[in-house]
Write a protein that binds this ligand. Sequence first.
Ligand code: SAM
Length: 247
Amino acid sequence: AALRVDVLTIFPEYLAPLGLSLIGRAREQGLLDVRVHDLREHAHDRHRTVDDTPYGGGAGMVMKPEPWGEALDALLASAGTPGSVPHLLVPTPSGRPFTQALARELATEPWLAVACGRYEGIDERVLEEAASRMPVTLVSLGDYVLNGGEVAALAMTEAVARLVPGVVGNAESLVEESHEDGLLEYPVYTKPPVWREREVPAVLRSGDHGAVARWRHQQRLERTAVRRPDLLHASAALPVLTGADGL
Ligand code: SAM
């Protein structure tokens, strides 16, 4: 497979959607090798405990280091090529924001693993020790708090996997998307030409490819100025529109 992704979680069923749609088909075709592991297999007491109370007090529970240590040992032992290691992604609201640029970087790697936290997170020593054995990146899905890392694992796997050649049939459809070049995508339309008295913009039906391209570029600039002015400011090469035309 072009990309292997291992997900470590206490809720393996949470990752079931990775068997559906484009990702599911890519797995069947051997383009992706997705393996979901139950962290509790590495908890050996009668209740298969993975959490404990925090040192220093405070609310909530913390994921114990021992099951994580064992799970990561098993992961490294399963390397296809002896000595190869995965790039370990650790979802956390205190991580580096997950962006299309990061997805592009990760899509060039052969092996990713995602360590899904729950409760108040994972004992910090697990991350320190892991970083001494493999590349580790803390990644945030956005500035809000989820219950666990599983939704982040789903989102990251989907965003990265669709950039792996062959996973999305039409490679061109990947190039013109939002966030690929700092602008949002233009509005899209399909048949019928008039729906509930609303017409598809005439230029799109004109057959003039140059005019369509110019209109789309203008729409992208306006839309970005109105919805995400921060993106325009981040990209100095682009003119900053006022957004007065409104969308
Ligand atoms: N106490 C942690 C904090 O304040 O940073 C939040 C823990 S959260 C309830 C439990 C787990 O959900 C985290 O360990 C992480 O795996 C995941 N998580 C929550 N929000 C996330 C986000 N914005 N991005 C990525 N993962 C997130």
